[in-house]
Structures are given as structure tokens and as C-alpha cells.
Design a protein. Structure first.
Length: 171
């Protein structure tokens, strides 16, 4: 596996990972995070991804056969729902892996790459947020990847409250 740069032309690869993640979450009975509908079937979500891919740093994990098996999208600006910080930061907007490759270290490799990108920019804070509902399994996964939980938050969504957690790595 290698990590390479991506861009707005990588949207189809990222959408495939998002759709795979939704299908996996649904198969696990975990619909609170992203619902049940594939991302590719939601025009507003696709438009948001296209815009984010144009404006942010896209890093792709590619296997030995050239298939994209993971993606990390980074921004120097946190999303509106994240508590502001009084310093420069790099913010993980999306961290996705091919669920059929679970346990292969793809997420860890992408986080290590994000840490290096953060250092290369002279920034000492890498943050991410994630779904904190259910059994908080995703929060615990980020902790295993080296992040420390900071602020919790809740978003009002049409389908009900969406609990979130901000986590960070200080360099």
C-alpha cells in the first residue's frame, strides 16, 4: 500500500468508499452515523464532497494493484460545528477505509500521513470529529489511532439529535 495525493478528480473513488462504509454500517445495524442511503444517491452530499475535494488536501491509500482502499481529506479550517481553537490546525474532514480490508492498517497509515502533513505545514494540532452515538465504537477507534477526545457536541438533524465527539493529536 502507498499513500498518494488526490484531488477533485478523486471524488468517484471517495464516493465508492463512502457508499461501502454506509453499506457496512447498515449491515452492523449502525444507521445513526450516516443513515441507510448511499452517499452517491444524495445529490447535496455529493456536491458537498466535490466542493471539499476541490478546497482541501486529499490523500489516498492505494493497494499494490492500484485500487483506492482508503482516503483522508484534510482542511486548515474546522467545520462550523467544531469548537473553534486559537491556533492553526489541520482538520480531518473524512477518514475512510475499504471495510473489506478491516484490520489492514489503512486507517493508521492515513493518520500517520496526516500527522506528517500537519508537521510539514508547521502546525502542531490535528483534529477530527466523529459520530459518538451508540456504543461510541468510532470514538474508541480514533483513540486507538492516537487521538485524544476533547469536546463533545450535538447536531440537530431532521432524523433526531446526532451526538459527536472532537478528538485531537498534539504534535
Amino acid at each position: 500500500m502507498k499513500i498518494r495525493g488526490g484531488d477533485a478528480d478523486s471524488v468517484a473513488e471517495i464516493l465508492a468508499l463512502l457508499d461501502g462504509a454506509v453499506a457496512w454500517l447498515v449491515s452492523q445495524g449502525r444507521t445513526g452515523q450516516w443513515g441507510t442511503e448511499p452517499w452517491s444517491g444524495r445529490p447535496a452530499a455529493v456536491a458537498r464532497l466535490r466542493e471539499t475535494a476541490r478546497e482541501c488536501v486529499v490523500r489516498l491509500a492505494v493497494d499494490e494493484e492500484g485500487r483506492t482502499v482508503g482516503a483522508c481529506v484534510l482542511a486548515e479550517e474546522a467545520p462550523d460545528h467544531a469548537p473553534a481553537v486559537a491556533e492553526r490546525e489541520l482538520y480531518v474532514r473524512w477518514l475512510l477505509t475499504d471495510r473489506s480490508r478491516k484490520g489492514a492498517g489503512i486507517g493508521a497509515a492515513l493518520v500517520a500521513d496526516a500527522v506528517e502533513e500537519t508537521r510539514a505545514r508547521g502546525i502542531s494540532l490535528l483534529r477530527v470529529d466523529c459520530y459518538a452515538g451508540g456504543d461510541r465504537a468510532l470514538v474508541e477507534q480514533y483513540v486507538r489511532l492516537g487521538f485524544t477526545p476533547t469536546e463533545a457536541f450535538e447536531l440537530d438533524r431532521p432524523e433526531g439529535p446526532w451526538p459527536g465527539q472532537v478528538l485531537e493529536i498534539r504534535l
